[in-house]
Design a binder for this molecule. Structure first.
Ligand code: RIB
Ligand code: CA
Length: 311
């Protein structure tokens, strides 16, 4: 399953990368980065710091610094000013690849090789731009697995989820691409709460990787406890990796999904035509349910796969 992960690390992005790279099932070929949680300069630095932590030398290609037309927003309140505030993963060991993300995506998806699964964990600006600049890359894409949207409430506005609010137009471009899309919104990710008991199980693995993962989640939980009254952090981005590894833990339903790109109260809101009322054919399979215990069992298993390291 050749895969490219587009992300904006970000603590939950980091955990998604850890789950993905714990084995070879996903055959991750490269990481592309975007603005989002914090600036693209910082998310790119963070992506390299995370790969250093995981012992990976995958190439990292920096992408868009702003959305197409959307509001300039960030999520530093959740992730810290650096986007990966704690624990300290140290300085990045290397610079990003000299090829920018959009150029890399177009080259990689036009190579005529294996079709690539795209995992999108941040605003969809990079994917949208690549599709607009070179539409034929669609022939090189197996499917797109997206963390974004919500069939119920928003998180960065009352109506909209952060990734879709950050670039509503890019989200609509991707949803209109005709490509197979699997969509994971807050309606399932807010069911994956890293409770103290689940954090305890993670720490009990007893390796440096499990300790650092638990410390990342512990930092991430502040807003979830204070604003949402949750019993811990919600793990959004790792949903996509869990789906690729163990799809049976999710209940997926095909439906037409669009994004409100008008200005105002519901800018960035994903709109799900569950009953096909508008008559448009489904353009995505949407996660409508998840087994949280199966998810956290998988998280533990993936993190436990990393050998203990002195750090
Ligand atoms: O709304 C959650 C999404 O926004 C996640 O991808 C998180 O990393 C932030 O980017
Ligand atoms: Ca993200």
């Amino acid at each position: 399953m050749p895969t490219i992960i587009d992300c904006d690390p970000g603590i939950d992005d980091a955990i998604a990368l850890a789950m993905a790279l714990a084995g070879n099932e996903l055959d991750v070929r490269a990481i592309t980065t975007s603005y989002g949680n914090v600036s693209v300069s910082q998310t790119t630095t963070n992506a390299i710091r995370v790969l250093d932590w995981l012992g990976s030398d995958l190439p990292v290609h920096a992408g868009a610094s702003r959305s197409l037309l959307g509001p300039a927003i960030d999520a530093a309140v959740y992730h810290g000013a650096t986007g990966l505030e704690a624990p300290d993963l140290g300085k990045p060991s290397r610079l990003p690849d000299s090829t920018a993300a959009i150029r890399f995506l177009i080259d990689a998806l036009s190579s005529g090789g294996d079709k690539i699964t795209i995992v999108a964990l941040g605003p969809l600006t990079n994917i949208a731009l690549a599709l607009r600049i070179e539409p034929s890359i669609a022939d090189g894409i197996e499917r797109i697995v997206i963390m974004g949207g919500s069939t119920d409430y928003g998180n960065d506005s009352p109506a909209a989820e952060f990734n879709f609010l950050a670039d509503p137009h890019a989200a609509q471009i991707v949803l209109d691409s005709g490509l197979p899309i699997s969509l994971f919104g807050l309606n399932v990710t807010h069911r994956l709460i890293a409770t103290p008991e689940r954090l305890g199980r993670l720490r009990a693995i007893g390796t440096s990787t499990s300790r650092i993962t638990a410390d990342m989640i512990a930092y991430f939980e502040a807003v979830y406890v204070q604003r949402y009254g949750f019993a811990g952090a919600a793990l959004h981005d790792p949903c996509t990796i869990a789906y690729l590894l163990e799809p049976s833990m999710f209940d997926m339903r095909p439906m037409r999904v669009d994004v409100d790109t008008s200005s105002g109260l519901s800018l960035g809101r994903a709109v799900y035509d569950v009953w096909g009322i508008a008559g448009a054919a489904p353009n995505a399979e949407v996660a409508v349910d998840v087994d949280p215990e199966a998810f956290f069992d998988l998280l533990d298993a993936r993190i436990a796969a990393y050998p203990s390291r002195s750090s």
